[in-house]
Design a protein around this ligand. Structure first.
Ligand code: AMP
Ligand code: MG
Length: 455
């Protein structure tokens, strides 16, 4: 049964997961992953599990070029033309036949026989002792192979000829070749590409005004917690404003997701179950925050075990230890109704951001049909001792910069508590401390992941 574009109602065919017919549940699949420990799964193992289940949406839509910004290209774009479509001048100067002058050693005098501007070619013939005045982008006149820049020539008093040192120029200098940018019949952009500014321009240069992109991924999210208040509500003692929904909204929008904000849900199993089911009914992915720990009001994990499929719920990671990943269905039983991938993020605001970028982001991009690039890491000297326990991956917040010699350095922001959201605003990078790493000495090098381009 096809009920939403690209999604089907049965578990087996939902988003084409028949690729693992021998695995009945995500839970079983996860148990086969090396280092599987549901109580403290290493980050790399968690990423590997999530990657396996992030199946791309299949539906495609045609959009005008401008609307393709940040969308995922659904098919390769094969160039219908050569770009540039003709040899042309890269400089303002004079076009001539350098090859014919090969034996000339010193200065050369050429008679100007015409002019070519961008969009206004010179149609005549050019002899070996002649040249044509050309502007940047003008078609190379027939028989000409080289352009001498105007700064290098001396014009005769009557402006009918030029003189210059021909041996200062090799044949072909300052000439742009047909197809130098894009060759007709070759792939100009590959499917899976997230369209950026240069790609829009590139497609325009091919004369393409409309493209096929994958449909946007629909991501529903809600916060859980009896203490949470929405903006505009009074803040009684013991309550806090719900900030996670705003952070999540912004992070999802940056990835160009179609977002569905389902508000705040109380710490009550029935309310949570209803919210999870309705989220699964209307989205590809469901994100929640809070309630995945082991406290008395943390029901998400239990619920997932009864009407979902849970792969893991605790990572060897800080912040972000409690993190549930699995699948939920809109029906009242695993496999019934519409499926959605589920991430139960921790409640602490910093942990929400860290787990989103380190675990959720790649899955969302893969499900959108994109080919995600590994996030680049830089090596930076720590300006401070950093306490770190081996056996978990840590993502501390840091302020990185370069010294006068261009060397990178980083200083952790003050508090590394996962509740201190201001540390994320203050920081400009994550300090990534690997699973096996222990304390870092002052001056020791660490990996950093810059927020620029990420957040
Ligand atoms: P929990 O994981 O539900 O135990 O929550 C951990 C901490 O994060 C608690 O201090 C919560 O009050 C806080 N928290 C949970 N959800 C949110 C939210 N949406 N906005 C701000 N703080 C939150
Ligand atoms: Mg809570």
């Amino acid at each position: 049964m096809k009920s939403r574009s690209g999604r089907t109602a049965t578990a087996a065919t939902a988003s084409g997961r028949d690729a693992q017919p021998f695995m009945t549940t995500l839970n079983e699949f996860s148990r086969c992953v090396a280092q599987y420990d549901p109580h403290a799964l290493p980050v790399s193992a968690a990423q590997a599990i999530v990657r396996q289940w992030a199946t791309p949406v299949t539906a495609v839509e045609r959009v005008p070029l401008r609307d393709a910004l940040d969308r995922v290209l659904a098919a390769d774009i094969v160039s219908p033309i050569d770009v540039p479509s003709h040899d042309n001048s890269a400089m303002d100067g004079y076009a001539f036949n350098r090859t014919a002058l090969a034996t000339i050693e010193s200065t050369v005098d050429l008679t100007i026989v015409g002019k070519a501007l961008a969009g206004h070619p010179f149609a005549g013939q050019v002899g070996t002792t002649q040249c044509v005045r050309v502007m940047t982008g003008a078609c190379m006149p027939a028989d000409c192979d080289t352009v001498v820049p105007q700064e290098l020539v001396e014009r005769s008093a009557d402006s009918t000829s030029i003189r210059f040192a021909a041996n200062a120029l090799r044949a072909g200098a300052n000439r742009r070749l047909t197809g130098e940018d894009l060759v007709r019949g070759h792939a100009a952009l590959r499917a899976g590409r997230i369209m950026r500014a240069s790609d829009l321009g590139l497609l325009a240069s091919l004369g393409i005004g409309e493209v096929s992109v994958r449909r946007r991924l629909r991501v529903a999210f809600f916060s859980t917690g009896d203490e949470l208040r929405s903006l505009g509500e009074p803040l009684e003692p013991g309550s806090v404003y719900d900030s996670n929904r705003y952070t999540l909204f912004a992070m999802l929008r940056r990835l160009n997701m179609d977002t569905l904000d389902l508000g705040v849900v109380r710490d009550e199993p029935a309310a949570l179950e209803a919210a999870l089911r309705s989220a699964a009914a209307s989205a590809d992915v469901v994100l929640t925050s809070g309630g995945v720990s082991v406290g008395e009001a943390d029901f998400t994990k239990q619920l997932l075990q009864t009407f979902g499929d849970v792969a893991f719920w605790s990572l060897a990671m800080r912040p972000g230890r409690p993190l549930a990943f699995g699948r939920v269905w809109s029906g009242n039983h695993p496999g019934l109704g519409l499926p959605a991938l589920f991430f139960g993020l921790p409640g602490n605001p910093v942990a929400v951001m860290v787990t989103f970028y380190q675990i959720v982001r790649e899955a969302l991009l893969l499900m959108s049909g994109a080919t995600p690039q590994a996030l680049p890491l830089l090596r930076a000297a720590s300006r401070q001792i950093i306490r770190k326990r081996a056996g978990r991956t840590e993502y501390q917040r840091g302020v990185a910069g370069q010294d006068a010699h261009g060397q990178w350095h980083v200083t952790p922001t003050g508090s590394q508590s996962s509740g201190v959201l201001s540390s994320m605003s203050e920081a400009n990078c994550f300090i990534v401390l690997g699973h096996d790493e222990a304390d870092i000495a002052e001056g020791e090098h660490v990996d950093i992941m810059l927020f620029d381009g990420l957040i």
